[in-house]
Design a protein around this ligand. Structure first.
Ligand code: NAD
Length: 240
């Protein structure tokens, strides 16, 4: 940490979005961090809101010094903030989903120079679900594995990043998952992983009812990532 008042200096990227707003509100409740820049795609209506300087994506390179950026935007936004964090040697926490192999490779490359944590889901419950899915898949060879994810109508990518991460856990256990997506109303995020055998079915379900769980997880990670050696981190590496 390099801030003089011992607070972690935070940049929030994608601040006008649903997650950005939750991050800003919850960061304000913490006394170990200070939001020094809030960045949205469009030109901000006001230069300073509640003491936080606002910037547009075009002005990104003019933001003040920061220790860690939290990004919940779109893949193009993640690519841009990754570039800035690399240039400034600042840490990066991102939950942006829908990213492709090329962007994944860029993150891997950048992680030689800075600590990066990307997670498809920042909730503790999903971290546990992921372990249960792998165990169930290993214990139920030959069963059908289906992942059904449901989200609000504004979500752009499908299947969700969380569904794909749960699918990777199922594959680790030897299953071959299939995916189905539901886009309806204001659903925050639901994931059902279903194992079906002959005459029986196991259902593992997670429901997020409040997106604050993701924002809290991301802030928790952002408080712990700066100052760590360069590399790619997982949420569970920073849980304690
Ligand atoms: P949203 O549409 O409400 O907000 C997206 C924000 O990103 C907007 O403020 C937009 O202006 C900004 N943005 C888009 N492109 C940008 C760019 N090029 N540069 C700067 N800013 C840019 O979306 P949301 O619901 O807040 O979700 C954002 C992302 O986070 C999505 O990919 C979503 O799937 C993901 N998400 C992840 C988790 C998790 O736990 N990992 C949880 C919820 C949402």
């Amino acid at each position: 940490m390099t801030a003089t008042n011992n607070k972690t200096r935070l940049l929030v990227h994608g601040v006008s979005g649903r997650m950005g707003q939750a991050l800003l509100r919850l960061a304000r409740e913490r006394d170990d961090m200070e939001v020094v820049a809030a960045v949205s795609r469009a030109q901000p209506g006001q230069r300073v809101v509640d003491g936080v300087p606002q910037f547009s994506a075009k002005e990104l390179h003019g933001v003040p010094a920061f220790d860690v950026a939290i990004d919940f935007s779109l893949p193009a936004g993640l690519a841009t903030i990754l570039g800035l964090c690399t240039q400034r040697r600042a840490a990066l926490v991102s939950g942006t989903t829908g990213i492709d192999d090329a962007l994944r490779a860029q993150m891997k490359e950048a992680s030689a120079h800075l600590p990066i944590l990307w997670a498809a889901n920042f909730s503790l419950g999903v971290a546990v679900l992921s372990e249960l899915v792998e165990r169930a898949a290993a214990a139920l060879p030959g069963w059908d594995c289906d992942i059904v994810e449901s989200h609000h109508v504004h979500k752009l990518d499908a299947p969700s990043g969380t569904a794909l991460a749960l699918g990777a856990s199922a594959e680790q256990g030897g299953a071959t998952p299939r995916y189905a997506s539901v886009r309806a109303g204001d659903i925050v995020g639901e994931h059902l992983v279903q194992f079906t055998g002959l005459g029986e079915r196991v259902e593992l379900n997670h429901r997020a009812t409040d997106r604050d769980v993701f924002a809290r997880g991301a802030l928790h990670a952002a408080a712990r990532l700066p100052g760590r050696p360069p590399g790619l981190y997982r949420l569970r590496d920073l849980l304690s």
